[in-house]
Design a protein around this ligand. Structure first.
Ligand code: FES
Length: 102
């Protein structure tokens, strides 16, 4: 059941860009993939470092620390050393704002 949400200003977040926003103690990574916006936990599942320090290429983000790859659409781990997904969150765009649901 969804009981919390976060509204994020996405104006100025161009395709291929990402930014981290804080929701309480949770860091959330917002990614713009060719005009579609995705939200996932901003923490690599391998060693808990921020994914916003990595590189977004298309729908994949590469962790800067050891090279793990994740699909930003689902959080699925695509390449070692990560074996677990990162959490992804449903999100809905309304104009220049993205509502992320937890
Ligand atoms: S901390 Fe991300 S791949 Fe190791």
């Amino acid at each position: 059941m969804v009981d919390e949400s976060l509204v994020v200003d996405i104006a100025g977040l161009s395709p291929g860009e990402m930014k981290a926003v804080q929701h309480g103690r949770l860091s959330v990574l917002i990614c713009n993939v060719e005009g579609e916006f995705y939200a996932l936990e901003n923490e690599c599942s391998h060693a808990a470092v921020p994914l916003d320090e990595g590189t977004l290429r298309g729908c994949e983000i590469e962790c800067d620390f050891h090279g793990a790859l994740f699909d930003v659409r689902s959080g699925e781990a695509l390449a070692m050393p990560a074996t677990s997904p990162v959490r992804s969150f449903p999100a809905k765009r309304r104009g220049n704002f993205l509502t992320v649901y937890f």
